[in-house]
Design a protein around this ligand. Structure first.
Ligand code: SF4
Length: 256
């Protein structure tokens, strides 16, 4: 069970301000370092990395909200259970929240997620007049992110996931906890930069003209590196291809 405080569940998903996702220019040395990290990790993890989802953007939004602080297998099961019980997301708008909570009880904090997901779906319908996010495909990426992040409970990680992982396949960079930890240890972001604010910083370090696949690969390789080498408790620095680039490895993490 994840150890985060339940009241922090959606804290990282609160947009600091509507234009928070707009990348600013990155220092040239960090941009060069980010590119070198990408160049080294890609062959290790096999770019281009296949997409793991082909969901409609609204379904990806529901899936992403379910996945917060929850193991992938548990959130995947909950998503399938929701789809089985509510084949049309419109059915969830009028469903008793207790029934939704019961359907997703395998995820972390279902009592918070059930009303949150229902509220997010209601917000989409209220703002668009329908339950579809397909219109986002016609918007610039940053405008689409800002539209999504104006919904309470939808922050930078979720907006990027909707645009990148769904069939929209738009050029947005999600940052999960593994990606964030590795970026922090490598010095791409400061020690006090949280996951939400790290999104525009890390995006700005990568070329502005990178494709959706390039950005997806960058997220996936940093996430996989965090899962397989740069572990939370004991990073395996001795077999890390980034050892000479990493200020953290020169201290507590360097292996004899
Ligand atoms: S050298 Fe160690 S701390 Fe740095 S990225 Fe590699 S595994 Fe992580």
């Amino acid at each position: 069970m994840p150890s985060a405080n339940r009241h922090d569940l959606f804290a990282a998903e609160r947009p600091p301000r509507p234009t928070a996702a707009v990348p600013e220019d990155a220092p040239a040395d960090l941009a060069a370092k980010a590119l070198e990290i990408h160049r080294r990790l890609c062959p290790v993890y096999g770019c281009p990395i296949p997409y793991f989802h082909s969901l409609a953007p609204l379904s990806e939004l529901v899936s992403s909200l379910l996945s917060h602080r929850t193991r992938n297998a548990d959130s995947g099961r909950a998503f399938k259970a929701l789809r089985a019980r509510y084949p049309d997301w419109a059915d969830m708008l009028v469903a008793p929240v207790e029934a939704i909570e019961d359907t997703i009880r395998g995820v972390t904090w279902p009592e918070l997620k059930a009303p949150r997901i229902q509220a997010v779906l209601r917000a989409v319908e209220a703002r668009r007049g329908s339950l579809s996010l397909a219109f986002l495909a016609d918007m610039p990426v940053e405008a689409a992110r800002t539209w999504l992040e104006a919904i309470p409970g939808v922050g930078p990680k979720t907006s990027a996931a909707v645009l990148s992982f769904s069939v929209l396949r738009m050029a947005a960079l999600p940052v999960d906890s593994h990606h964030h930890r590795v970026a922090q240890r490598l010095g791409l972001i400061g020690a006090k930069v949280d996951v939400g604010p790290s999104h525009p910083i890390l995006r700005a370090q990568l070329p502005a003209d990178w494709s959706a696949q390039d950005l997806y690969d960058n997220h996936e390789i940093l996430m996989l590196h965090g899962q397989q080498v740069c572990h939370h408790r004991k990073p395996a620095c001795g077999r890390c291809v980034l050892l000479d680039l990493c200020p953290s490895a020169q201290g507590a993490y360097r292996e004899p």
